[in-house]
Each structure stands twice: as structure tokens, then as C-alpha cells.
Design a protein around this ligand. Sequence first.
Ligand SMILES: Cc1ncc(COP(=O)(O)O)c(C=O)c1O
Length: 370
Amino acid sequence: MTSHLKPQSGLELLQPYIPGTPIEDVQRQYGLRDVIKLASNENPWGPSPRAVEAIQRVLGQIHYYPDSQCHELTRALAAYLRVHPDQLIMGNGADGIITQLCMAYLDEGNEVVVSRSSFPIYDHFTHIMRARLIKTPLKDYGLDLEAMAAAINDNTRLVFVCNPNNPTGSMVTAAEVDAFMATVPGHVVVVMDEAYRELVVSDEFPETVSYVRQGRENVIILRTFSKVYGLAGIRLGYGIAMPSLLGPLNQVREAFAVNLLAQAAGIAALEDTAFLQRTVETNHTARLWLYEQFARLGLLYVQSQTNFVLVKVGPRAGQVQQELLKHGVIVRPCGGYDLCDFLRVTVGTPEQNATFVRELEGILRQMAVI
Ligand SMILES: Cc1ncc(COP(=O)(O)O)c(C=O)c1O
């Protein structure tokens, strides 16, 4: 039967976002009990225990609407980041803030500059707002900030700098970001997406919050509780920017973008510095171990500052990913990121990583890739 519904024109170009395959799907499809998911860059150690306790404490209050302004969480984050509460906005994940940015700043025909092989949600909301996407090439599997700067013109409204970049894991340095920021005109909002910031160990990473502390009006920094804090399922992210940039976001945002449980969890997770430190340290050690294994197998990989690694397994990467599923290991294929020969694997616990490497090695030998 033909439908008479009339969605927004242009939606036919849009594919729904494809998330990492859920564990239950793989269990059902292949009749497996033990399945490990290394596909969505979640925290393999689970959520911050203090966040879980905080959620349990407020469960009996969920008949109330949450605080629309997230006062307590905002105050806690402002103290932690050494910014004014007016310089913060909370969202239903960092994704929620990306949506707000696109709704608030894009008109039809405006341009948005992104890098190839970067986080696909930028493309998605740019298309929904009927703005034009301008993609610059990667340089050595990292963002080419000079190319991104060169792509800016009078029609540009947003530039998304994913740092470190998902899915390559590489970062741009403080010196590179400073040089880039010096060239960006005032009408362009620079979105510094730092979803993995807490996991970075390099001391060359830019301290971008200082742009906001110094009053720079056209930059917003995005962070999330989904990764290092282990709270992906409850959806909490935030943006740091001058009130003049945030005003339009507050105009378009959902009234209750952050639910009551997420607000309580966020405050508690921020205080759980021991959990944070343990996650960062174990991730770093495990990532180095993965590098060693990829080198042993003769596989090219990209040095990462995050909790995932991009590894090249060749033109049959899709088949390798499917075989891994049958063996109970979920990783991310990268065709959708223009990196068809690669897989992106989240750094898991040492046990999960060992299982992944064992299965990968067996499959690659069987397929005569190595
Ligand atoms: C670069 C980047 N930005 C934003 C997000 C979204 O984070 P959230 O879970 O807070 O919406 C992700 C999640 O994978 C990400 O990789």
C-alpha cells in the first residue's frame, strides 16, 4: 500500500544511524552464551559504582520531572572545570548537544566542515537541517586542520573537530589547534568534540577549555559521561562555551533533556576519581598490549589516544567482522567511515582483549590474510 505521509524533503538521502551490534542480537543469531562487545567504546569495567549508588538513591523520585536546568550537576561541573555555570549546557549525551548545535546554527544552504572518517552524527544532523557538508581529507589517519581551515568560507557555520578522532583514535596537538583557531573567522562555531578527552595520555593535547575561560565566543567543547565514566546507557553529555554561543542552544533544546537519574549519576561519577584513574590506567596498558599483538600479526594499526584502536585487516574486513561475530566478538566494521579495510576495536578488559586477539588470529590465518 502506498503511504500518503509526507516526511521532510531530503530525508530519503538519510540512512538511520547504525550502532554497534547489541550482545543479545549475536547471542540469539548464533546461539552463543558468551559474547563480548568491543564495538561502541564503552567502559569494559562497567559504570562508576558511586554513580550506581546515586541512581539507586533517587529511584523513588522518578515520578517527578527532572530539574530542567540541571542546577546541581552544572554547579559540580563548573567547579571541576573552573568555568562559570553559565558557560555550561547539559545534554542527552554529547549527541544531544550536537543536535542542538545543528538546530540552533544551521539554515538551509549553510555549510558545515567535517573531516572524512570522523564521527557520523555530524553528517546526519547537517543533512537533517539541509545544510551542505564539506568533507576534508585525512592526513596520516588524523584530522588535517589546515585543510579544514581552508574549507571555511562566508557560508560556513559549523566546523566539527573530533579530537581525538573517532574512528582513527589520533589527536591534533595544542600547537595545531592554536594555529587553526587563529585563522577561524568569528561567524564560524568551532565544535571541539572531546568525547574521549579523559583517556588521553599525551601532554600535547590542547587545553581547549582555556579558550572559553578567556572569553572566546565561537568555540564549544563537548564532553560525555558515556566513555570513561561508564554511563553510556543513561545518556549524559555537556558543552562548555560562552553564554552568547549557548543562548540559541537553550532556545532549541528539549525542556527535560537530561533525566533525573542521569543528573544524580553524573554528580556522583565526577566525584569517583579512583574509578576514573583506574579506567585510564588499565585502558592505557591494555592498548599498548593490543599494539604489540597487532605488530606480532603484521597488522597496521593507528596510534590511539582513546579506548579504541583502528586496525587494518584488508579488503575482506567485512567478512572478518562477520566471522568474529560467529565467535562471539563484536567489533566495528569501518566501511561507513570510508575505511573499508579496517576494523575498530574497543579496548576491553585484559581477558576480553585476549579472546579478541585469539579469535582474530585464528580467522585471519584461516582466511590466509596473515
Ligand atoms: C566522537 C564522539 N562524539 C560524541 C559521541 C556521543 O557521545 P554520547 O554517548 O554522549 O552521546 C561519541 C560516542 O561514541 C563519540 O565517539
